[in-house]
Every structure is written in structure tokens, then in C-alpha cells.
Design a protein around this ligand. Structure first.
Ligand code: MN
Ligand code: MN
Length: 457
């Protein structure tokens, strides 16, 4: 119990104030920063996790005591047996590996005014103007008719070209500056510049055969051996280019693309790999499609998690019904939340909002406007986690997403709750969430990993 009668959350930096602790925090943050710069799509993230698991002795055999299963390179389930009966349930952490971005349309290539562009359809909740006039990279896969996969990643290595959506100059933006943000920035104008040279003959140019687009197709054919039709079935994602970077003289923050929700993927995976082989069975699930409502085979509303749990129950403890294991499980829905924005504080109800650097944040319920569409954790589960964190000196805080009737949002919690398991949201707070350069506190990165480690152990 707290010594003080009143409660106030404390900055995790107060906890990590001696040199040795600071060194540990920053060393962990540095490993996270490198991961974030490297894994920018759900596929890259899931394949990174699978590689880490193989390195740590996990196999794809569901009967093994350390097992994992990948679904279509976009979702992954991981489990470790422990020494307690499965009928006592799993300790499970769920996060998502997809982030908002611009996806190539099926027939992306166009040529306008001497540039070749890719038409895009944005994925998830973006503020469109944030994607203009900034270096972008292209990540994804192209699948040939024979099933052969071509991995694409351009715009990340030094010396490689990047891509860009152009923006209007202020001189011509008179009318636009008087429009609402919604009117001013159109989805159909999020066209990514891919090329500009004319590599075709003068003869073809005169015939008006889109010479810049033709030149681009020639380059794509030389580089990847593909033609325009191959783009139709490809999955190409346009994401902010470059590594994640420290922000501030003190390097107290990490700025980068996709903290939401790869910060939870990384911290949960690290906590899982550090956790002991004793105690209850432990599991992780990293889903795709959270940013567009969790539908689809690789999203949280699919049966993937249930099938994986049925497989391990059949292998480890066949006499126990899988439904009992699901119902007895304890889960963290690990996702980020909004930190109080220093310049927009009026949008937050401050007593129930997250502070940057105050440790991972519990959200007892999600949903909006009268808790509509919410999964709500029960008081017993929430209190047990509070006790666990206090006992282990883990900084934590609590928040709702924005003011009543103003904010709100969803996570994967309700999909876990549908199986009857105890579940609560717990994850770090961000500034500039869903932007191409989200900000997270180094102290929160470390504190979140510690919270997940204690929960799993
Ligand atoms: Mn999220
Ligand atoms: Mn999100």
C-alpha cells in the first residue's frame, strides 16, 4: 500500500535516477530504437519476432515447450509451457504490428506533369497533411504468378533514393488555407513521386506514351524483373524513410514511425524472452489489421488465437478443454495511449490522462461516449495488477483517451474479452500518435518492458 493517503503518479525518471539505472534504461532504449528503424511493416515485424524466437530455441512444433506459429507472415502466436497446469490459464500479452501508412493502389502508376507517381489508399487513421513534403520509403512484397516473392525495401540505406508526396507552395495556397483541414487535403492527392527521367526514345515520346512512366517501368523491370501487372497483386506500403532518432539534448525521447504499436511488440517480446520458464504458461500474440478495425484473417477478430491455444492444449494437456484455458487466462491488451500534449492540454481531462515518462498506462475501458463499445476490466483483476506492480516497484499510471464525449478509441481488448478472459489495456503514452514521427519516452520504453516481465512472471 502507498505510504501517502493521496495518490499521484510519479515520473519514472525519478526511479531511474542513479547512473547504473540510467545506463540500463538507455541501453534498452537504444536496442528499441534500432528495432523501430528496421521493422516498418507488419510483415517485417512478424519475421523479426520469428527470427528472435528461433535464436532463443523456439520451434514451430506445437508440442514443444517453447513454440510459435506464424500466420501469413502478418500475425504470430508464441507460447512457453511453464510448470503450472494449463487449466489455470495463460498469462497473455497481445499487441499489434501494423501501423498507419499509405498503401499502393492495385493499379498505382500514373504520369502527370513530367513526374511518374503511385496512387495510394491510406491505411488507418492518418492526418493527411503530415505525409506531404517528407522523405518516404517503400516497403513490401511483390508476388510473381508462380508464387515467388520479391521483397522490396527502398529508401532506408544511405545513398538510396527516397520518395515523396509534393505539397502546395504557400504562394498558391491562398484558397486552401481558408478551407477546413478535411476539405484541404484529399486522399486522391496522396500520390507518391517515383520518377522523373525519360529513358525512352524520342520517337516514343512523340507518340505520347507517358514517357516518364515508361522509363519507370523499365527501371522496375531491370531491378526486380517485374512488369506493371505484377504491381496489381503486390503489397507495397509507403512509410516514413530513415531511422528512429533521439529527440532532445538529453536524448530522453525517441522519435520514429510506428511506435503504435511496435513499442508494445518489442517490449512484450523482450519481457517474454527474459521471463522464467517456471510459473503459469505464457503467451504472446501480435496481430495485424488493428488500425483498420481488427477484421480479416490476421486481425484480432479472427479465430487464429483460439486455434493456436487449442493446438497447445491438445499437445500439452489434452484432458483440459481449450475453452477452460481461455476462460481462466489473464491478458494485457498492450497498446499505446495519448500522453498529455503540452500545447493542447485543454483536450485532456488532466487527472485522468497519461503523462509522458510516468510509466505504462492502464486503461480500464476503451470505447467512447458513455463507454459505448468498451471492454471493461473488472476491479479484481485491475487491483491485482496494481498490487503486483507496486510490490515490484514498477511505475504505472491510469488514463482515459481524451475528455468524456471528446475522445475515445478501440483496442484489441474486446476480442480477448469475448473468450471470457480477464483483460486490461496497458501500454506507454505517446505524443504525436499516428503521425510519421511519433514520440515515446525512453523511461517508458524500459518501464513497459519491466511491467510486462513482472506480469508474465
Ligand atoms: Mn495501437
Ligand atoms: Mn493506432
Amino acid at each position: 500500500m502507498n505510504d501517502e493517503m493521496s495518490f499521484s503518479p510519479k515520473s519514472a525518471w525519478k526511479l531511474y535516477r542513479n547512473e547504473a539505472q540510467k545506463k540500463t534504461v538507455f541501453a534498452f532504449a537504444e536496442r528499441y530504437r534500432q528495432f523501430l528503424g528496421r521493422c516498418k511493416t507488419e510483415r517485417e515485424t512478424v519475421l523479426y519476432v520469428a527470427d528472435m524466437l528461433r535464436e532463443h530455441g523456439f520451434s514451430e512444433d506445437p508440442a514443444a515447450a517453447k513454440t510459435f506459429r506464424v500466420l501469413r507472415d502478418k500475425a504470430i502466436f508464441v507460447a512457453k509451457k511453464g510448470d503450472r497446469p494449463l487449466e489455470e490459464g495463460l498469462s497473455l500479452i497481445a499487441a499489434h504490428a501494423d501501423s498507419p501508412r499509405l498503401d499502393f493502389k492495385q493499379r498505382p502508376l500514373i504520369e502527370q506533369a513530367d513526374v511518374a507517381q503511385a496512387k495510394t489508399h491510406y491505411y488507418g487513421g492518418i492526418r493527411k497533411y503530415q505525409w506531404l513534403s517528407r522523405p518516404l520509403a517503400l516497403h513490401g512484397v511483390i508476388i510473381r504468378e508462380n508464387g515467388e516473392r520479391i521483397d522490396v525495401c527502398v529508401g532506408e540505406k544511405p545513398g538510396e533514393p527516397v520518395f515523396c508526396v509534393a505539397d502546395l507552395l504557400p504562394h498558391l495556397a491562398q484558397k486552401q488555407s481558408e478551407q477546413t483541414v478535411k476539405e484541404a487535403f484529399e486522399g486522391e492527392k496522396l500520390n507518391v513521386i517515383l520518377g522523373h527521367t525519360l529513358a525512352v526514345t524520342e520517337e516514343e515520346k512523340e507518340e505520347d506514351k507517358e514517357p516518364v512512366k515508361q522509363a519507370l517501368l523499365k527501371i522496375l523491370h531491370a531491378k526486380y524483373g517485374i512488369c506493371e501487372e505484377d504491381l496489381i497483386t503486390a503489397e507495397l506500403e509507403v512509410v516514413p524513410a530513415g531511422p528512429a532518432q533521439y529527440v532532445g539534448f538529453d536524448k530522453g525521447l525517441i522519435g520514429g514511425y510506428g511506435h503504435d504499436d511496435r513499442i508494445c511488440v518489442f517490449t512484450a517480446l523482450e519481457a517474454f524472452l527474459e521471463s522464467s520458464d517456471e510459473g503459469p504458461a505464457k503467451a504472446l500474440v501480435f496481430w495485424d489489421k488493428e488500425e483498420i478495425g481488427s477484421d480479416g484473417a490476421t486481425g484480432a477478430s479472427s479465430r487464429f488465437l483460439q486455434y493456436c491455444i487449442e493446438d497447445i492444449v491438445r499437445a500439452w494437456e489434452p484432458q483440459t478443454p481449450a475453452s477452460h484455458v481461455l476462460l481462466a487466462s489473464r491478458a494485457l491488451s498492450s497498446d499505446v495511449t495519448a500522453a498529455i500534449d503540452p500545447d493542447f492540454q485543454d483536450l485532456h481531462e488532466k487527472q485522468n490522462s497519461a503523462h509522458l515518462g510516468h510509466g505504462p498506462c492502464f486503461c480500464k475501458f476503451t470505447g467512447s461516449r458513455g463507454k459505448y463499445g468498451a471492454s471493461e476490466a473488472d476491479a479484481e483483476f485491475f487491483a491485482s495488477l496494481r498490487g503486483l506492480f507496486n510490490k515490484n516497484n514498477i511505475p504505472w499510471q491510469v488514463a482515459e483517451l481524451g475528455k468524456v464525449d471528446t475522445g475515445g478509441g478501440g483496442t484489441v481488448a474486446l476480442f480477448l474479452a469475448a473468450w471470457g478472459m480477464q483483460v486490461i489495456d496497458l501500454g506507454p503514452a505517446l505524443l504525436s500518435m499516428h503521425s510519421p514521427f511519433e514520440l515515446a519516452s525512453c523511461a517508458d520504453v524500459y518501464a513497459t518492458k519491466e511491467a510486462y516481465r513482472v506480469f508474465l512472471s
